[in-house]
Design a protein around this ligand. Structure first.
Ligand code: AP5
Length: 212
């Protein structure tokens, strides 16, 4: 399936994408992971994105579309993909629509992850991420077996640079201003499916039954 995961920081886009890729063989495409990889590698892309990411602002639409136009034409996308963190602005959504028309492809659905602000702050301040493989942990709800070490690849797990309360607050404002309008955009396209993700337990079961 070709799915967009839409939701504020900490809504669980990355967590749900990782589970769904095992379920149906689609690939997870996270623009945040691609950009963090570029920053860590010190590439030109990373240099252009770093300041905006540290402040919790969006990088430019041109930079993101440059990445995604190439990524969505790679062979592994033919099976299906979960877009995690893209699109994030109306211009990105319009550019994606044009690109998919050109590729003769269609989205199956846009899954909106609805979550309260309190739960977001709690989840993001307690999240930890693997520096190598990107596995996502939470010191409250999903701790690694050995403190500070990734269960999957044995590398260090750390808090991301954009996880201070001030930066999280800015990311939420940016989401409300620039990304939340996509909910109406995709509702009008007839693609929107909303799911409440504040409760930790039944999210994936609810999701599977809605997608069946
Ligand atoms: P990005 O990496 O996309 O960050 P984000 O959207 O802010 O989302 P997060 O990764 O913080 O949260 P998530 O929803 O994936 O939650 P997670 O599953 O980790 O973007 C980072 C930056 O890159 C942006 O600020 C921007 O600068 C730039 N950028 C990226 N894409 C861009 C674009 N298209 N345009 C412009 N700029 C762009 O879960 C969070 C925590 O909660 C984890 O600890 C997890 O274990 C826990 N958790 C998740 N689900 C549950 C559950 N059901 N129950 C209990 N705990 C749970």
């Amino acid at each position: 399936m070709k799915i967009i995961l839409l939701g504020p920081p900490g809504a669980g886009k990355g967590t749900i994408a990782k589970v769904l890729t095992q379920y149906d063989g689609s690939v997870q495409i996270s623009t945040g992971d691609i950009l963090r990889g570029a920053v860590a590698a010190g590439t030109e892309l990373g240099k252009q994105a770093e300041a905006a990411m540290k402040a919790g602002n969006l990088v430019t639409d041109e930079l993101i579309m440059g990445i995604m136009e190439q990524r969505l034409q790679q062979d592994d996308c033919k099976i299906g993909y979960l877009l995690d963190g893209f699109p994030r602005t109306i211009p990105q959504a319009r550019a994606l629509k044009t690109l998919l028309e050109k590729l003769n492809e269609k989205l199956d659905c846009v899954l909106e992850l609805d979550i309260s602000r309190d739960v977001i702050i709690d989840r993001l301040t307690t999240r930890r991420t693997c520096t190598q493989c990107g596995a996502i942990y939470n010191i409250k709800s999903k701790p690694p077996k050995v403190d500070g070490i990734c269960d999957v690849c044995g590398s260090d797990i750390v808090q991301r640079d954009d996880e201070t309360e001030a930066v999280i607050s800015n990311r939420l404002e940016v989401y409300n201003d620039q990304t939340a309008p996509l909910v109406d955009f995709y509702r009008q396209e007839g693609l929107l499916l909303s799911i409440q993700t504040s409760d930790s337990g039944p999210v994936l079961e609810a999701l599977k039954s809605r997608l069946r």
